[in-house]
Design a binder for this molecule. Structure first.
Ligand code: FAD
Length: 454
């Protein structure tokens, strides 16, 4: 049995048991979510195993053009990131092979490359979980997955947590152990691709050959990749972190990190970001406020998706919220809009329209506006179930960080009171689900400046 450090072993799930193939020629790392060459526990696990077996590591990446909700905007950002990651992997002596997953790529590749062992990262969402289960059935060598995109391994939380209040002490209790600098191991045997081994080039032009939904174009002025993500992080540490706790709820000013897309695509790992923020020269109150979002809120979302199979439907919300929303489902709506009207940002509310435009044009909506945006969809559509569905669809389609645990938890919070509590007085449509309105926004920030900017 291969020996692994305790900090990697605790993140590991064995999907297909057994001994690595002793005649194997490499360890294959099937990179899915953690699309980076550093601070990546799955990659480090692959390297540790490969070093012990005396073979190289090759990363397999399989883009899936038909991934639900994904379009050219997402793929463009992702491919920019892969180009960067390929260079960083090469500098470490690790190969990258890129083939379309829907063309049967992975199991065939493992045979072709003569894999001794296959390692992958984790993502609790339904579709990638299905792919992993299917691969486990096809492989003849062991298959391990490593929980790489959370600070605290999500299995240690054991069950679905009710709220930030209940998960916070559990996460905090593990931080001393897990919020530590990553060890990037030296690769003992470098990868040299066998003659004739096919791979697509990791560059944006490769997307021209793929049948992608091109109706959403790349976000202007935003570039994917670890290098670009680290640049944004450094800028945020200098200019955004001091004052973050006060500014983060002011959508009209640049107050937050805008790291969510880099975290979503795994181009940055949450541990490296958290360590950089912890060590930054900024007031403690700002560092704490940021770590609350990055660790507590983000890992609460991962916990929700991992343990709640109905994470992308209203039915995944608590019984009190379902009851109160059902009791008010037939309340008259003063304004009613179709999904199309919402998508086109043609409501009576300039603040909501501005938020929708920000998302469609830039691929990112400010966090405070996301709350208001989703709550108004509940108020202006026919049913809470339908509101949930529209909010998820638009969020996944336009946000660069969409199709993420945070998105499902965010919509569930806004529409279905998830991770929240009942709020009186009982109101039309919302019942006891927390309500927001434009007047409340105006008291918090300069809504006119935000509307003008969008
Ligand atoms: P910062 O304020 O700089 O926060 C740093 C990081 O902490 C973020 O990048 C994110 O990873 C995490 N974080 C911040 N706020 C939250 C939160 N409320 N819940 C969980 N994690 C958080 N986030 C996504 O990553 N993808 C989504 O699709 C998404 N959709 C949302 C939809 C709705 C309706 C709501 C209410 C929230 C949604 N969020 C989503 C959460 C949050 O709004 C964004 O993560 C944040 O605004 C991203 O901007 P930032 O990186 O500048 O955030």
């Amino acid at each position: 049995m291969l020996r692994l450090d305790a900090d990697l072993a605790v993140r590991l799930t064995v999907r297909r048991a057994g001994e690595p193939d002793s005649s194997g020629r490499c360890v294959v790392y099937w990179m899915q979510r953690a699309q980076r060459a550093t601070d990546n526990p799955a990659l480090e696990t692959a390297i540790a195993a490969a070093n012990e077996l005396g073979v190289p590591v090759v990363v397999f990446f399989g883009p899936m053009p038909s991934f639900p909700g994904a379009n050219y905007r997402h793929f463009h950002f992702m491919m920019q990131g892969l180009a960067d990651t390929a260079e960083r992997l090469e500098a470490r002596g690790i190969g990258l092979v890129l083939r379309r997953l829907d063309e049967g790529g992975l199991a065939a590749f493992c045979l072709e490359a003569h894999a001794a062992l296959v390692v992958s990262d984790e993502n609790p969402m339904r579709e990638p979980e299905r792919w992993r289960a299917s691969l486990a059935g096809e492989l003849r060598v062991p298959f391990w997955t490593v929980d790489s995109d959370v600070v605290v391994p999500s299995a240690l939380l054991e069950r679905e947590h009710y709220s930030a209040r209940t998960i916070r002490p559990k996460l905090r209790a593990h931080l001393e152990r897990f919020l530590v600098r990553a060890k990037d191991r030296r690769v003992r045997v470098s990868w040299h691709p066998p003659r004739g081994m096919k791979s697509l080039a990791p560059r944006v032009e490769t997307l021209d050959q793929m049948p992608l939904d091109r109706s959403v174009q790349p976000a202007p002025g935003v570039a994917g990749g670890t290098t670009e993500g680290l640049r944004c992080l450094r800028k945020f540490l200098r200019e955004g972190l001091p004052g973050y706790s006060a500014r983060r709820n002011r959508p009209e000013v640049e107050g937050t990190s805008r790291l969510s897309a880099y975290l979503h695509f795994g181009q940055l790992g949450p541990r490296a970001v958290a360590l950089a923020v912890s060590a930054a020269h900024a007031p403690g109150v700002d560092r704490e406020a940021f770590l609350e979002e990055l660790i507590v809120r983000r890992e609460l979302s991962v916990n929700f998706v991992k343990f709640n199979p109905r994470y992308d439907r209203l039915q995944g919300c608590e019984a009190w919220a379902l009851r109160t929303l059902a009791a008010h489902a037939r309340d008259p709506r003063e304004h009613h809009y179709s999904g199309r009207q919402l998508e086109d940002a043609v409501t009576h509310d300039p603040l909501w329209n501005a938020a929708q435009r920000q998302m469609v044009r830039t691929g990112w909506m400010h966090g405070y506006m996301r709350m208001y945006w989703a709550k108004k969809i509940l108020e202006w559509t026919r049913s809470p179930e339908g509101a949930f569905e529209i909010a998820v669809r638009l969020n996944d389609r336009y946000q660069l960080d969409g199709r993420d645990c945070n998105g499902y938890a965010g919509v569930a919070w806004a529409v279905g009171g998830k991770h929240d509590r009942p709020w009186g007085p009982e109101r039309p449509i919302f019942g006891l689900v927390r309500y927001m309105n434009a007047a409340g926004c105006s008291r918090k920030f300069d809504t006119k400046a935000y509307i003008r900017a969008m």
